[in-house]
Design a protein around this ligand. Sequence first.
Ligand SMILES: *Cc1c(COP(=O)(O)O)cnc(C)c1O
Length: 369
Amino acid sequence: MSNPYLLLTPGPLSTTATVKEAMQKDWCTWDHEYKTIVEQIRQQLLEVGCASKEHYTTVFMQGSGTFGVEATLGSVMPSDGKLLVLINGAYGRRMEEIAKVLRIPHLSMEFDANMPVDPHAVERKLIEDASITHVAMVHCETTTGILNPLEAVMDVIKRNHRKAIIDAMSSFGGIPIAVEELQIDFIISSANKCIQGVPGFSFILCRRDELKKCKGRARSLSLDLYDQWETMEQDSGKWRFTSPTHVVHAFKQALKELAEEGGVEARHERYRMNQQIVVEGMTQAGFKAYLPRELQSPLITTFLYPTHIPFTFEHFYTFLKSAGFVIYPGKLTDIHVFRIGNMGDVHPKDMDRLNAHILRYVGESQYAN
Ligand SMILES: *Cc1c(COP(=O)(O)O)cnc(C)c1O
């Protein structure tokens, strides 16, 4: 059973055959063997994030990444707290929407989609508004592929004694993040992004002392981070409600393969190579990237619709799909773009093949013109 195409998207991503094979058995959720696996994975994720067991703990949450973000915001924010949401794309905007729906007191700072979050502006806001208790930011805004300056923003947040909630959905495992050194209080990612598992749950690395304050704060029963954690701790690896057992096994295998590849640094290097090859090939074919190189993450790239050939996204998409690659539409309202992701079980040789097809497409389009 081979896949009809490679996923060059923001997730879910192409996974290895061995990750998919790990899902071929049915498991009992309260059995000792299964819970041991859960406990191992919780520990391994701390290692991926360079966080000690003494100060940090991992909590799982069923559902896609957004469930993890909603669980975190809804369980962490005290009723008398105030959240500052930093926005430069759709995922920052989603955190603002969650705060609205959950009636969490919040305010937002917006930056242009092609501008990284500005740490100086954040600092001015924190000094000006003493009522802000927590700051939420997306690390890699998958909307465009822009990488926000996590170190500099964390420095500002900590210097001003606030708590940090980081959506590192599309970067955790693909870009080294020193969670403990940066003193990130809560950092969220999900099974189907850079760890290269399949969709089904999200995970949150939490500072233990901060998580302990969250008892009884949650605005939802099922999305209660503290309660989930308490059950996992007390019953060594048990989830409160039905856990995605097959997904957990796939994830265990994915973590093993991350280690075999050489860890986050090696994976980061492969993604960086992939991205570089795509950008070089696309440039050669006459396409332009939306972001300047220095703002670009090594995970996904946004390209402008070309003007040198007749172009519709649907036609280009269909051509590439029949060649074995699925790309992604854009998510900007004011400008026509599309995206090519390079995370997952995709390798430089795949990117070379993609480039050859794109060159052929452009050549044929020009001829047709
Ligand atoms: C993928 C992603 C999410 C979560 O999206 P889901 O569709 O809920 O999995 C959140 N934030 C960012 C930055 C993402 O890339």
